[in-house]
Ligand binder design. Structure first.
Ligand code: FAD
Length: 739
């Protein structure tokens, strides 16, 4: 996996951003609304710099830049809502450079010299179509059956559009056709080239929308950090901060989805065509919603023309609608994923990014799969369970012996330093086999803390037992009166000679009934601010005074309440300094907030089972998956899952490479993944009713399990509200709303 843009790409993006920041100020954007939406001087500059010809083949006088590079320019254009038809011109110019006819060559030369030719993103089939920039373009390219045509003299009613741009509704075919039409090329190859150009336009348009939305959120965040109401900055109100946090996760997902679609095309992945439609639909949806949230942040000023945010709000919708009803994109997603529909895709050129887990991860997955095939007996398969009830000590020992329980541990502790990508692949296999994925990660989280903070004899004792599969750990953070506010813990640890006496209660100690150690957050000093008087211990669960009682949840699982009464714990089990628990906790929480791929895998299983159900179930004599409405509903869930996946992968990648400014990546991935999982579960329950109410019917039972599981994922590991606060603070720079 590699999500790092190259130095050249970063430089290109900076150059484009500088250009648009200086030459597409808000004043010029406003002024362009009176000149059919275009700033001619800016367009001339774009031409002088050759930015309009970056995707034209070299032999036709262009630079033939990779599509990702050009998407970065489009993103920069979007950030400033720069008033030029950049995406349309890029797609049209490239297409003209790929067509062989004399007329195409002639027009290609004209466009290189700065003549503006637009492109019509929807096929023309009798009805009038919206021609982007018809008021200023010399001509527009369109697909008429199998003919690529160029239409001049474009005229037609101007929609009362939201961005002041000179689009026109034009009749391009049939008896009433307007304008002068020239056929540039015809036949299947010509049509394919046109369709590929439309896919290219969709990706560029999506990139521009993601840049636009990101800047809209920045304007809102800046305003929320200066505007006071009721004596406080409004950014400190969660009613303002939290919707902005949701929007940020969605918009960052949109940028990543565009990049991933380009990567999919470069890799010739089978789902590449679907990912293009996904990227466009999601960009349209997330940008419109983000800009509405951003505008709302400004209160009444937001709708006033003097404020810039309205420029973004209007374009967020208008740019996306150039291709017509955005729901048709969802139809395309469904048709391409499950109905065998295909489309031509552009040659995207070099792609340095890599959204795959990589070869070594694939090898890890194969090794784990082979292990499961060999060692998972029928008896074990029968008792597999998603909760800790599925834990099997014998199987866990076998996994340890094979180096597959904690493979990412450092070698000195018996691990093989597997990367997070290899671990993600391993977890996918566990999920495939329905094998529980709770006890391993929790014990692992504790183990890494021990490696850093425990004394040598404790490391030897505890890590040795973990590593052989002889012991598990559970997490003792939450208390009956402190959940989200974990640092308000009251469980008291008092020094007594070489020992500590601990009294208190911990709630939701998952796997406490199986664990040999509890990773315990205690209060050692009640007289200092709450964060300062905490100390962490790793406490053997067999010490006298510890009692466990079960707590059962709606998701078929057991968690526990743990009582500690006068538990005498030797000081050697203390981790870190006395009253220094915060530093130890921060490390542990970083792992917990490091990403949400474990929840994403649950989401994926639910979706895959829903698709399986839809492919095997008929309604009214028709297979559910063949019904356009059902397919669209499934497609919407699939897009959400894809956004969750890229956010989770970004988080994995960023924490592995210690990428700067990544603090909000983990919380954003958890927030988006778990909330989308929940929303998807609701949608799929409805779709699959009444079968979704039954234990199992071609996988529909998994949807019901997802419905019960998803709500829990929005709570444990930090609730969605806590994640929103973290995203708002670290991703948008808003004030803290918690003490
Ligand atoms: C199945 C399950 C397993 C768990 N496993 C473990 C475990 O192994 N170890 C462990 O220590 N804990 C565990 N937990 C506990 C979990 O981490 C807490 O439930 C969670 O942190 C929320 O705490 P709470 O339940 O006390 O709710 P509260 O913190 O009381 O929250 C109640 C509501 O108020 C909201 N809220 C709270 N504070 C704020 C705020 N500042 N701003 C806005 N809204 C706020 C919350 O988002 C929530 O909606 C588990 C929980 C569950 C359900």
């Amino acid at each position: 996996m590699n999500l790092q843009l190259t130095d050249d790409q970063l430089m290109l993006r900076d150059t484009a951003e500088r250009l648009f920041r200086t030459e597409a100020s808000a004043d010029r954007v406003r002024a362009a609304e009176h000149t059919h939406g275009i700033d001619e001087a800016l367009w001339k500059q774009i031409v002088d710099l050759g930015f309009h010809a970056v995707r034209v083949k070299e032999e036709r006088g262009g630079l033939d830049m990779p599509l990702l590079d050009v998407a970065l320019i489009a993103e920069a254009q979007g950030r400033c809502v720069a008033p030029i038809p950049y995406c349309e011109a890029i797609a049209a110019n490239r297409l003209l450079g790929l067509l062989d006819s004399d007329q195409a060559r002639e027009w290609s030369e004209k466009t290189l010299a700065g003549e503006l030719v637009s492109i019509v993103p929807s096929p023309i089939a009798g009805d009038p179509v919206l021609v982007p920039w018809a008021a200023t373009a010399r001509a527009a390219l369109a697909l008429d059956g199998n003919r690529v045509v160029l239409v001049e003299g474009l005229a037609g009613p101007a929609p009362k559009n939201l961005a002041g741009a000179g689009h026109r509704l034009c009749q391009l075919s049939g008896d009433n056709a307007e304008g002068q039409m020239t056929v540039l090329a015809s036949g299947e190859r010509a049509a394919q080239l046109f369709r590929a150009s439309i896919a290219e336009w969709q990706l560029l348009n999506a990139a521009a929308l993601s840049g636009l939305a990101r800047q809209g959120l920045k304007l809102a965040a800046d305003y929320a950090c200066e505007r006071e109401q009721f004596g406080r900055l409004i950014g400190g109100y969660q009613g303002i901060a939290h919707p902005l946090a949701d929007a940020l996760a969605a918009v960052e997902g949109s940028q990543l989805l565009v990049w991933q679609a380009i990567w999919s095309i470069a890799r010739q992945n089978t789902d590449a065509a679907a990912t293009v439609a996904m990227a466009h639909w999601w960009a349209a949806r997330s940008a419109a919603r983000a800009c509405a949230t951003a505008l709302h942040t400004f209160g009444g000023y937001g709708v006033s023309l003097e404020y810039d945010i309205q420029l973004y709000y209007r374009r967020a919708k208008a740019w996306a609608l150039l291709a017509g009803d955005t729901q048709s994109m969802l139809d395309q997603v469904g048709e391409r994923l499950w109905a065998g529909a295909a489309t031509s895709l552009p040659d995207v050129g070099e792609m340095p990014l890599d959204f795959s887990l990589g070869d070594s991860a694939r090898e890890m997955a194969e090794e784990v799969r082979a292990f499961f095939e060999t060692h998972l007996t029928d008896e074990l398969r029968a008792r597999a369970h998603h909760s800790v009830d599925g834990y099997d000590e014998g199987f866990s020992r076998q996994l340890c012996a094979a180096g597959l329980r904690y493979p990412h541990w450092p070698r000195e502790y018996g691990g093989r330093e597997a990367t997070p990508f290899e671990m993600a692949a391993l977890n996918e296999v566990f999920e495939d086999y329905g094998w529980e994925r709770i006890t391993g990660p929790v014990t692992n989280q504790v183990a890494f803390s021990l490696m850093e903070f425990a004394r040598p004899e404790v490391k030897e004792e505890v890590l040795g037992r973990f590593g052989r599969g002889d012991a598990l750990a559970c997490l003792g953070f939450s208390e009956p009166s402190s959940g989200s506010d974990i640092y308000a813990a009251k469980t008291r640890a008092v020094r007594d000679g070489d020992d500590w006496i601990i009294n208190g209660q911990k709630i939701f100690t998952t796997a406490g009934n199986l664990a040999s150690y509890i990773y315990l957050l205690t209060r050692t000093n009640p007289d200092v601010p709450k964060h300062k008087g905490l100390t962490i211990f790793i406490v053997p669960m067999d010490l006298p005074g510890i009692e466990i009682q079960p707590v059962y949840t709606l998701q078929d699982e057991r968690t526990n309440i743990t009582y500690l009464e006068n538990v005498r714990v030797p000081d050697k089990y203390r981790l870190g300094d006395v009253d220094g628990g915060l530093a130890v906790m921060l490390k542990t929480m970083e792992m917990e907030h490091g990403g949400a791929d474990q929840y994403r895998l649950n989401f994926y299983s639910m979706l895959a089972n829903a698709v399986d159900w839809a492919q095997r179930t008929t309604r009214g004599g028709q297979c559910v998956i063949d019904n356009a409405d059902s397919r669209r509903r499934l497609a919407e869930v699939a897009v959400h899952h894809e956004v969750a996946k890229v956010l989770c992968y970004r988080s994995l990648w960023a924490s592995y490479h210690k990428v700067p400014n990544r603090s909000h990546f983990g919380p954003a991935s958890k927030l988006f993944t778990t909330e989308s999982y929940l929303q998807g579960a609701h949608a799929l329950m409805d779709l699959a009713a009444p079968w979704s109410l039954f234990e199992d019917r071609h996988g529909a039972g998994h949807i019901e399990l997802g419905y019960r599981q998803a709500i829990g994922t929005t709570i444990y590991g930090g609730t969605s509200e806590i994640m929103r606060s973290l995203v708002a603070e670290h991703g948008l720079g808003l004030p803290k709303s918690r003490s």
